[in-house]
Design a protein around this ligand. Structure first.
Ligand code: NAG
Ligand code: NAG
Ligand code: NAG
Ligand code: NAG
Length: 184
């Protein structure tokens, strides 16, 4: 089922399987490397807007569904702009050197089903989503081997009722594991 879903969408990865999405990858890499690039915040945001614009244009068939940039020594923060890719289903940024927090825009995305940010240096707390949040489609969340701290959120899992796999191991969470994590 996963595989079928996978093959029916254009992939967007380091392999450049679809030539015109190569531009998109370049744009996203720019978004990840703020310090290293000479691209201004405004340019970055314009380029991302452009990409988002394309993904809404059915005529171009360019909806970005997969972003996979793993083991590339990416440094810096994960840009919240990724949440602007409204068709994004799978985001894999594992095995990099990314720091800062996990943006709320990704945690609360209404398209992402697989989110893997494992083996990075992400820190801070995992966002608590308010109970009023509509149910989220996220099925697989791998935040293992990072530097996350604080209480393990509790209401977040109530709104993620599609979640089937959660790996939060090897972080520095404190407190208890919320009860309803196991009941839903
Ligand atoms: C993310 O990519 C890594 C490296 O290719 C792979 O080992 C891992 O299984 C991927 N994660 C998911 C959820 O598919
Ligand atoms: C993260 O966890 C998912 C679910 O268990 C797994 O498929 C994926 O391979 C893991 N990622 C890495 C880099 O091991
Ligand atoms: C969770 O991730 C860690 C790596 O951070 C891995 O060693 C462990 O096997 C994973 N757990 C499961 C149940 O997949
Ligand atoms: C746990 O994280 C440390 C670094 O924070 C890493 O060296 C170690 O390999 C990780 N353990 C597992 C089981 O992945």
């Amino acid at each position: 089922m996963q595989e079928k879903l996978h093959s029916s969408y254009k992939k967007f990865s380091t392999g450049f399987p679809v030539p015109y999405l190569g531009l998109g990858l370049a744009l996203l890499l720019v978004a990840f490397l703020p310090q290293a690039s000479s691209c201004s915040e405004q340019e970055r945001s314009s380029l991302l807007q452009f990409l988002v614009g394309l993904s809404q244009d059915g005529g171009l068939d360019g909806t970005v569904t997969d972003v996979s940039v793993t083991s590339k020594s990416l440094e810096g923060q994960i840009s919240a702009s990724l949440g602007m890719l409204r068709g994004l289903l799978r985001l894999n940024l594992s095995h990099n050197l990314l720091s800062g927090g996990l943006p709320l825009e990704l945690m609360s995305s209404n398209s992402i089903i697989v989110l893997d940010v494992s083996f990075n240096r992400l820190d801070g707390e995992v966002h608590e989503l308010p109970p009023s949040t509509p149910s989220r489609p996220l099925q697989v969340l791998n935040i293992s081997t990072n530097l996350f701290t604080g209480q393990f959120p509790s209401t977040t899992w109530e709104v993620m009722n599609s979640l089937v796999v959660l790996n939060a191991s090897n972080n520095s969470f404190t407190g208890q594991i919320p009860n309803h994590l196991c009941s839903s």
